[in-house]
Design a protein around this ligand. Structure first.
Ligand code: ATP
Ligand code: MG
Length: 433
């Protein structure tokens, strides 16, 4: 037998059993962001490696160690995108989208060669938003409110919001000196990475996951003490907006985020339920990035959420996975008539999920398959139904007798029946997409 190949470590197949949970999350996310007027943008998975070096920063885990970068056959230096923001900014500049404010969202796979573990994969998925051209705390509030709405839609509790302000470039420069002084005083206790970052990017030391550094980091000066008046006002207005919206948060003056391009507002949504991989959504303002990538000076704010980590938190028992109905046909005449009847049903009930039995077999074996499909209803077409112009309709879950229904009655049942009716309002957004 030929040797069997396997998926790459840290990259996973989503099998049909689990796909409904992904769709559930994606449908809700799409409904929420489009409910705020965000429009989707799709960009290539491959970009020039230079794009990520210039945006994420040379001295970051992503660019130094995690990126899948390679030379293609023509000698171009390419990288599989490790995140979505850089691509969005590149595309927005390239297509001249930035002469007016833009609210954009995206979704899709990202690639980072990290050590695979729960909540950390080499191909993972993000859903994110980017807003261009708006500078005030009102839009920061909007993107955070949007995430809160999504958690509510997904029935997620136990996520907490952490918030900080990184100030503007000159404020950060002053803070940087104070931080370096503090870290130099403890240089002997720093790990190799942090010592190196002392010179290149000392703020990133605050983002270290090394528990041995926790004490030094906790004792570091607070960024918030270095904010100028405008940055402070921005932060305070955002906090007031969150209070007014009833969105709880805690200020974490050590929150700096892993990427270089942030300024002013940064935030993370964190859970304690996933161990070390507790950040499910992260974002903030990055007013300098567009200019840094060659566009005109344009303020920007956004976030990205980790789909796999969120899926780990969602109660999937409430997500419908089976079809609405499974049509069985008994006898040659019924089997011959079934496909056309199924098509008429699909015409009459938009969005209906109807499996038609294929491959014949006894009543018993067909019914077994209907059961196994997870359908809520079995629809039965036999000689008797064919002659009478009806279909048998039997609930496959819970109690319920088989009833003979005319085509029109069946359509009404499928449209408004208790199970399907509930499902339809629950997942209306999913049905249309
Ligand atoms: P972490 O600190 O966990 O490494 P990060 O700061 O590198 O996260 P971002 O680049 O801000 O993460 O990405 C936003 C979100 O994407 C994260 O909060 C997380 O939910 C998710 N994410 C990031 N890297 C991975 C990964 N390797 N596997 C799964 N999800 C990830
Ligand atoms: Mg990371």
């Amino acid at each position: 037998m030929a040797e069997r190949l396997q998926a790459i470590r840290g990259m996973h197949d989503v099998l049909p059993e689990r796909a409904p949970f992904w769709q559930h999350l994606e449908d809700h996310a799409r409904a929420v962001v489009e409910g705020y007027g965000y429009r989707e943008m799709r960009t290539p998975l491959l970009e020039p490696v230079e794009l990520f070096k210039r945006s994420i920063g040379e001295v970051t885990d992503i660019v130094e160690k995690e990126m899948y970068a390679f030379e293609d056959r023509g000698g171009d230096r390419l990288a599989l995108r490790p995140e979505g923001t850089a691509s969005c900014v590149r595309a927005a500049i390239e297509h001249g989208l930035l002469d007016q404010p833009q609210r954009i969202w995206y979704r899709g796979p990202m690639f980072r060669r990290e050590r695979p573990q729960r909540g950390r994969y080499r191909q993972f998925h993000q859903i994110g938003v980017e807003v261009f051209g708006l500078t005030g705390p009102d839009i920061d509030l909007e993107v955070i409110a949007m995430t809160r709405r999504l958690w509510q839609a997904l029935g997620l509790t136990g996520l907490r919001l952490e918030l900080n302000s990184l100030g503007d470039a000159d404020e950060r420069a002053r803070y940087r000196s104070a931080l370096v002084a503090h870290l130099r005083a403890h240089e002997a206790q720093l790990d190799a990475d942090s010592r190196r970052r002392l010179d290149t990017n000392p703020l990133r030391v605050l983002d270290s996951k090394n528990p041995d550094l926790a004490e030094i980091i906790a004792a570091a000066p607070s960024l918030l003490d270095y904010l100028g008046e405008a940055s402070r006002a921005h932060f305070e207005q955002l906090c007031a907006g969150l209070d007014a919206a009833g969105i709880g948060y805690s200020v974490n003056p050590r929150l700096v985020r892993g990427l270089d391009y942030y300024n002013r507002t940064v935030f993370e949504w964190i859970t304690d339920a996933l161990g070390a991989q507790g950040t499910v959504c992260a974002g903030g303002r990055y007013d300098g990035l567009v200019a840094q990538l060659g566009g005109r000076d344009t303020p920007a704010v956004g976030f990205a959420l980790g789909v796999e980590r969120l899926l780990d938190l969602i109660d999937t028992s409430t997500v419908e996975t089976g079809p609405d109905a499974y049509l069985v046909a008994l006898g040659d005449a019924a089997a011959a008539a079934a496909p056309a009847i199924a098509e008429r049903l699909r015409d009459a009930v938009p969005g209906l999920k109807l499996v038609t039995h294929c491959g014949g077999g006894s009543f018993k074996s067909q019914f077994k398959k209907a059961d196994k499909s997870g359908a809520r209803l079995a629809l039965i077409l036999g000689d008797e139904e064919l002659a009478g112009g009806t279909l048998g309709c039997k609930p496959l879950r819970g109690q319920g007798e088989q009833r003979a229904l005319s085509f029109d009655e069946l359509v009404t049942t499928l449209r408004d029946g208790p199970n399907i009716g509930v499902l339809r309002t629950d997942t209306a957004s999913g049905r249309s997409g």
